[in-house]
Every structure is written in structure tokens, then in C-alpha cells.
Design a binder for this molecule. Structure first.
Ligand code: NAP
Length: 550
């Protein structure tokens, strides 16, 4: 018989519905479920969607695909899984990733502990002294059902709370309209249709280059251009497949060593330590290479030194000028208010060439803002455009947004949302003082980068903590205030001096469509992943002195 979490308090534990409730069946929720099941815990996953996959379940918009190499993105924990699954392209499209995550869920028999169409409305800590089943979380779903568990694990994603613009008339549009993260399961036919895309982030770019292939006419509403670079995707040959499978240990070892868990890592040289010719040649090589190399494998000072950043920005601006025929359109596509790489770089496939097509129009929606959505289209300060389909690629209330949407209350009954009103405060991105037994996977202040690598690390850390508690018969874990302070200060320190902290983007907590998210915050950890892991490992190795355990 497997042990339960409550080695010393079995009766109280049994009175609870579960040992742990996990919110979300994306990459982190699935892996956490597997690990906790291996500890012998009684676990339930609540998932709002009808299937597994999280990000890859919801973001089924046309053109959605990896920007990380497929083989560096999948789970690394099971040799058998690595052997059995074959990626078809270097950067796999969304349907394949969703198939992969279903394959994982089937292989490890995960579905039986996942409740679908189960959106969590609230999670309230029940810790009153003297309560027979004190020290647990009461979780209420939108359907009103209530469930209790000793531990609450949030696996709700970094970019999972989509946001629509606050345009007047948005509900009056009589054609079809979609947010990219709420794309229908049925195919959408663009042939002969007048299509609008609002937004030119990584999602907008992928959508635009795909929709432009078939739309009758496409109008792109761009408020801020982003610096994009070529993805250079292609199918994986049989020989490459063999090399990839044989090379998995090396691939994952590399991802453990690099700054942000990608296969690419900053070049140790400074931009001006090499000659202009050498620099140009290096940029050319990066621009011609697949994936994020040009962003995260560039000169080490690219994101800290203004002059260095200007060099690469000028290089990419010239590439845009070469690729876009109309010089006026090219200038519209070149960012002027931020340098290359200070926002997330969208990777593209013939994106800039789309604007050479006669059926594509680029509208500057900063110069001529969208005033309202009409029943037949979009009205800007300058003109009215008729559309059959409007696509909102307008992004997410990132990092803290998914937490804000759940009524999470800790020891003093205060909402987490209010607690974080001026920016999150966490312990290693995984715990919050005053919210005992709540563990966050990919919470604010964790290492982002190649996210599945960070997910596996976070899940393993959480699992190790729960195993420790199980072995010692502990039922309570809360981060100490001084530990939270120390981590939060550290996060601010490593973020200081980065050019990206001076720029508005989801990474700095800005969302023009959400009340109260107009002030930049330090929302993510921007030190290196190895440094992050060393900090977290040390906490566990020392027996968790930074936590109150009982
Ligand atoms: P995003 O980067 O936040 O972009 C949202 C876009 O919508 C921006 O261009 C924004 O303009 C525009 N927008 C928002 N509200 C608007 C309004 N009211 N009026 C006009 N324009 C408006 O969101 P995203 O493109 O969905 O990407 C978010 C993140 O998801 C990415 O950075 C990336 O990390 C991840 N992602 C990953 C992949 C991948 O790995 N393959 C693919 C897609 C996305 P402003 O810039 O002016 O605000």
C-alpha cells in the first residue's frame, strides 16, 4: 500500500478530499501529477479546458508553433518517452505538440486524475486553530462544487489569461471574431475573406504569416512593431532523428548549463571586443541560423550596453529594409522605441515578405488609433475598414494575471491579488508568505527561458519538499518573511541594468487592456537558470531553513 502524505495524521488527511489539488493540466500540471502519484499521494487536477495541454491546448491559432527546438522543449524525465516520440520538424507546429501531450498523458495514464471543464473560482486557506481538519485548502469550482486538499499547486501558466482590447462596440461585430488564445476547434476558412489582425507580438506574427497565405485581403493593425528574426524551420530527416535520439543526454545537459535553458547561450565576447567586420559576420551567421541564437546567443553585452544594442538593432533594421519592398512600410515595421531583444523576439517565416503582397495592408494604429469596432468592421481615427473576420492577437495579462483571476486567499483572508497589487513578492517564485502549502509552478519570479526545462526543475523541487514533509509527518509549510524579502530583493537586483526593464511589455507587467497594469514591475527572474537552481537546491539541501514547517 502506498503511503499518504500524512504519516502522523492519517485520520485528518483521509477526511480531506485529496492530498494535493493541482490547478491546470498543461505541461507543469501533467508532470506534477505524475510525480505526486509516485509519492503515493491522492491528487486531483482541475482543468478548465476539455483536454490536456494548457498553452498548447488553448493557443490553436493558425501558424502556432515552437520557437524553441522541438527536442529541447519536450519532457526530459523519461528515456522511454524520448525514445518513443519523434518530432517531425525542428520547430513543431501546435497540433503536433498537443498530440505529444496527449501521448504523454496516455502513456502515464494521467487522464483518470484530471477533471476537465473544471475552472477553479476560488481557493481559500483553512487554517483556523482547533479545526479538526485545519491546515488545508478549500477549492471551489465555477460549478459551485467544493473540494479540500492539504496542498494547493498552481500550474496555471505564465501566459494563460488572454486579454481583449477595451474597444467600444467589440460585441456588436457581426462577422467572426476570435482571440488567438481562444481559437475554435473547428477550422476557420480565410479564402476570399477580408481579415483583420490586431497585434504584432509573437502570436500576431505567426498568425499574420499564415493567414496571409489564403485570405482575400488582410489588414494588420500594428501599434508597436517588434524586432523579428527568421526561424529557419524545416522537417527533421531520418538521419537527424537518429542523431537527436542518440544525443538527448547531451541536448539536456546543454540546456542545464545555458543561461536560460535554451540550446543557445550568450557569446562570452563583448560587441566591441571584435572588429566591425567580425561583428557583421557574426550577426549574419546568427540571422541565417535556426531559432533563438540571434536573441539569446548574441554578444554578452547586447542587452546591457546601449551602444552594443544599437549595433544589432541597426543590423536587423537593415534586414527589414532589404526584405520589404516599399520603404515607407519597411520604416513602419522597424521598432523605434526599443532596441533589439529588449522585448521577446518573435521568430518568423517570411513575415516581412507578407507586406510585399498586394492583398496585405499595414495600418499604424498608434498614429491612427482604433476608435471602435462597428457591426461591419473597424473604425480608426482616419478611416472605416470593413471585415468578415477580426483576429485579436492582443496578448495576455501575463505572469500574475492567471492568479488574479482566481480568488486565492491566505491566512489573513486577504486576496493574493491585493497582496501583489504593487508587484509580486515570492520565495523563489514558488511560495508566498501567508499562503501556506501553496506551491506555484512557473509563478512570478521564477526562471523563464525555455519553459519546460524550468517546469521540470520546479516540479522536482516541489516533489522533493512534499516527500520531505511526508517522511517527517509535516502538514504545514510556509515561506518565512525574511526569505521572501531576500529572494524578492535578489530578483530586483539581477533585473537592474537590463535594457529590457526600461521597456513596456508583458515581461515588465504592462498590459494596456487591464486596469492597474500600466506601471512596470519586476515580474520575472532575469538571472541565469543555473544560478536560480543553485539557490533553490541550497534551500532543500539545508533542510528548508527558510520555511516554517510544522
Ligand atoms: P504580446 O506580445 O503581448 O503582443 C500583443 C500585441 O497586441 C502587441 O502588438 C500589442 O501592441 C497589441 N495590442 C494589445 N492591445 C492592443 C490594443 N488595445 N490596441 C492595439 N494593439 C494592441 O502577446 P502575444 O503576441 O500573444 O505573445 C505573448 C508571449 O507569448 C510572447 O512574447 C511569447 O513569450 C509567447 N508566445 C510564444 C510563442 C512560441 O513560443 N512559439 C508563440 C506565441 C507567443 P503593443 O506592443 O503596443 O502593446
Amino acid at each position: 500500500m502506498s503511503a499518504t502524505l500524512e504519516a502522523t495524521a492519517p485520520a485528518a488527511a483521509q477526511a480531506l478530499d485529496f492530498d494535493a489539488i493541482i490547478i491546470g493540466a498543461g505541461m507543469s500540471g501533467l508532470y506534477q501529477l505524475l510525480r505526486l502519484r509516485q509519492l503515493g499521494l491522492r491528487v486531483r487536477v482541475f482543468e478548465a479546458g476539455t483536454g490536456v495541454g494548457g498553452t498548447w491546448y488553448w493557443n490553436r491559432y493558425p501558424g502556432a508553433r515552437f520557437d524553441s527546438e522541438s527536442y529541447s522543449y519536450g519532457y526530459s524525465f523519461s528515456k522511454e518517452l524520448l525514445e518513443e516520440w519523434s518530432w517531425s520538424e525542428h520547430f513543431a507546429p501546435q497540433p503536433e505538440t498537443q498530440r505529444y501531450l496527449n501521448f504523454v498523458a496516455d502513456k502515464f495514464d494521467l487522464h483518470r486524475d484530471i477533471q476537465f471543464k473544471a475552472r477553479v473560482a476560488s481557493a481559500h486557506w483553512q487554517g483556523a486553530e482547533g479545526q479538526e481538519q485545519g491546515r488545508h485548502w478549500a477549492v471551489t469550482l465555477e460549478d459551485g462544487s467544493r473540494h479540500t486538499a492539504r496542498h494547493l499547486i498552481t500550474a496555471i501558466g505564465v501566459l494563460s489569461a488572454p486579454t481583449l482590447p477595451r474597444f467600444e462596440g467589440i460585441d456588436t461585430f457581426q462577422g467572426q471574431s476570435f482571440h488567438t488564445a481562444r481559437w475554435p476547434h473547428e477550422p476557420v476558412d480565410f479564402r476570399g475573406k477580408r481579415v483583420a489582425v490586431i497585434g504584432t507580438g509573437a502570436t500576431g506574427v505567426q498568425t499574420i504569416q499564415e493567414v496571409a497565405k489564403t485570405a482575400g485581403h488582410l489588414t494588420v493593425f500594428q501599434r508597436t512593431p517588434n524586432w523579428c528574426a527568421p526561424l529557419h524551420n524545416r522537417p527533421i530527416t531520418e538521419e537527424e532523428q537518429r542523431e537527436i535520439k542518440a544525443g538527448y543526454p547531451e541536448i539536456f545537459r546543454r540546456c542545464q548549463e545555458t543561461f536560460s535553458c535554451f540550446m543557445h547561450t550568450p557569446d562570452p565576447r563583448g560587441t566591441f571586443e571584435v572588429s566591425k567586420e567580425e561583428r557583421e559576420a557574426f550577426y549574419e551567421t546568427l540571422y541565417a541560423s535556426p531559432g533563438f541564437g540571434i536573441w539569446v546567443g548574441n554578444f554578452r553585452d547586447m542587452l546591457t550596453d546601449r551602444a552594443a544594442n544599437k549595433e544589432i538593432s541597426d543590423f536587423v533594421a537593415n534586414k527589414i529594409r532589404q526584405r520589404v519592398k516599399d520603404p515607407k512600410v519597411a520604416e513602419m515595421l522597424i521598432p523605434k522605441n526599443h532596441g533589439f531583444g529588449t522585448r521577446r523576439v518573435p521568430l518568423e517565416t517570411r513575415y516581412y515578405e507578407v507586406y510585399n503582397q498586394p492583398n496585405v495592408l499595414l495600418v499604424d494604429s498608434k498614429a491612427t488609433p482604433i476608435e471602435r469596432i462597428t457591426p461591419t468592421g473597424i473604425k480608426t481615427s482616419e478611416a472605416e475598414y470593413p471585415f468578415d473576420i477580426i483576429i485579436y492577437a492582443t496578448g495576455f495579462d501575463a505572469i500574475t494575471g492567471a492568479f488574479d483571476r482566481i480568488d486565492i486567499r491566505g491566512c489573513d483572508g486577504k486576496r493574493l491579488k491585493d497582496r501583489w497589487a504593487h508587484g509580486p513578492e515570492t520565495f523563489m517564485g514558488m511560495m508566498v508568505e501567508g499562503f501556506p502549502n501553496m506551491l506555484m509552478l512557473m509563478g512570478p519570479h521564477t526562471a523563464l527561458g525555455n519553459i519546460p526545462r524550468s517546469i521540470e526543475y520546479n516540479v522536482d523541487w516541489v516533489t522533493r519538499l512534499l516527500r520531505f514533509m511526508q517522511e517527517k509527518g509535516l502538514t504545514f509549510a510556509e515561506a518565512r518573511p525574511e526569505a521572501v524579502q531576500a529572494w524578492t530583493d535578489h530578483v530586483k537586483l539581477v533585473g537592474a541594468g537590463l535594457l529590457s526593464t526600461e521597456v513596456d511589455s508583458w515581461m515588465t507587467g504592462i498590459n494596456s487592456n487591464v486596469e492597474g497594469k500600466q506601471t512596470r514591475i519586476i515580474a520575472r527572474y532575469s538571472g541565469s537558470a543555473p544560478e536560480y537552481r543553485a539557490w533553490c537546491d541550497a534551500v532543500a539541501d539545508k533542510g528548508y531553513p527558510d520555511l516554517v514547517l510544522a
